[in-house]
Design a protein. Structure first.
Length: 418
């Protein structure tokens, strides 16, 4: 089995490496165009469906242009790749985002954004009014949030309080969609922070452009930027934290990952991984400063809300995302954990616990032979761990695959630090 797999993988890898950068970009964009068209034809999420129909032509046009360019002397032109990337971001992020924001404004906000956009904006409105973004109702031992006119799952706020900042322009101006749409705020900050991080990243410029493609232009980034993926600013902050670690700017790294950790639980594995990498001799014991800064940010941002309504906080931030609140979530994708938990309910608790125990054992063995962790090793480990946890969780999205993909690419880009 292993030999047959190698017979397939090696020729494909050799073929891919033999391509010029321009032609390889063309293949990536062609695949992205096919994916966007498929999303348009099959997605049940109106916002994603609209993005697919708007974006697929831009991907195919970029692909065709690069295939033609690959046959000329422009085949290794970094400037050409960069120009196409910028134009593509306009076509698959800026244009769809602008159109969907406009349609949302003119149609009462229905069907033109992912549910988390309204959730974030509502939480910001609650904060501005001085009320708590976390609410819960308990009936017959089950956690039920209820807001009139909304599905139950959309009544939860499954983030840490700092995520509300993306809805503040809408809450303060009371515009009700338009330019204050939380997606626009998240996209602008993601692109700004991401570009800064890529600018400072000590790696080859060819690797930087591949990272930018995945973060901004390919569906791994563009789909979420245009429709309202709240994971995009988290990823951008993580990348900035990584780059700061690479440059040994500990406080910048701690602030970046601290802010991300005060927004969403998905940033915590990166914070822990960074701490492990900091224990190496190259950082000369600076892990203590890192821990103090991260803990200070997280404590100030989270503890007041957690103390104010501890049960509501726990139910929104932990029970609902982990599928323990007895509320059906749209995040319950057909991954192994969800399928097994649907077949036998106790698997909701057994799978995560068993994975942590077994995974902890193998991680301990890995640390024994690979200590101290380099940044590249830490990111590779995070990629594998995140993918496994995503698969065994009873309530998770296919979209979370962007985390292990980005971690793996960052590991690849960090191996040759210059």
């Amino acid at each position: 089995m292993q030999l047959s797999t190698e017979r397939v993988i090696r020729p494909v890898t050799s073929w891919w490496v033999s391509l010029s950068p321009v032609v390889s970009d063309g293949f990536l964009y062609f695949g992205a165009g096919a994916f966007a068209l498929l999303i348009g034809l099959t997605s049940n999420e109106p916002a994603q469906c609209h993005w697919g129909y708007i974006s697929f032509a831009s991907y195919f046009a970029a692909s065709l242009f690069l295939f033609v360019g690959g046959r000329t002397q422009m085949a290794s032109s970094f400037s050409l790749r960069k120009i196409v990337l910028i134009l593509l971001v306009l076509g698959v992020v800026v244009v769809p985002l602008g159109l969907e924001t406009h349609w949302r404004q003119n149609n009462g906000g229905h069907g033109y954004a992912q549910p988390e956009v309204s959730v974030i904006e509502r939480s910001a409105n609650n904060v501005v009014k001085g009320t708590d973004p976390y609410t819960t109702d308990v009936k017959n031992g089950k956690v039920l949030n209820s807001i009139k006119g909304l599905p139950t799952y959309e009544s939860f706020f499954p983030y840490f309080p700092l995520m509300s900042v993306f809805g503040l322009p809408d809450a303060i101006t009371h515009r009700g969609f338009g330019l204050t749409d939380a997606r626009i705020v998240m996209s602008v900050l993601t692109i700004a922070i991401g570009l800064l991080a890529l600018r400072l990243f000590r790696t080859k410029k060819e690797k930087k452009i591949r990272l930018a493609q995945v973060l901004f232009a390919l569906p791994t980034g563009a789909l979420f930027l245009a429709t309202g993926g709240d994971d995009m600013p988290i990823l951008a902050l993580m990348l900035l934290s990584l780059v700061a670690l690479q440059r040994k700017q500990i406080y910048v790294s701690a602030v970046s990952i601290g802010i991300a950790s005060a927004m969403k639980l998905t940033a915590w594995p990166m914070a822990l991984g960074s701490l492990l990498a900091l224990r190496g001799e190259a950082f000369k014991g600076k892990w203590k400063q890192f821990v103090i800064v991260v803990c200070a940010i997280v404590t100030v941002a989270i503890v007041p809300f957690a103390l104010k309504a501890p049960h509501a906080f726990f139910a929104n931030v932990f029970e609902f995302p982990l599928g323990l609140s007895h509320v059906t979530s749209p995040a319950a994708s057909a991954l192994p954990g969800h399928i097994l938990a649907s077949w036998w309910h106790p698997f909701k608790h057994i799978l995560p616990a068993g994975t942590l125990l077994i995974g902890g054992y193998f991680m301990a063995k890995y640390f024994k032979t690979h200590w101290p962790l380099t940044l590249a090793k830490m990111l590779s480990l995070l990629s594998v761990c995140f993918f496994v946890l995503m698969c065994v969780s009873s309530a998770t999205r296919f979209g979370y695959i962007i985390y292990p993909i980005n971690f793996a690419l960052w590991s690849w880009a960090t191996r040759e630090m210059i």
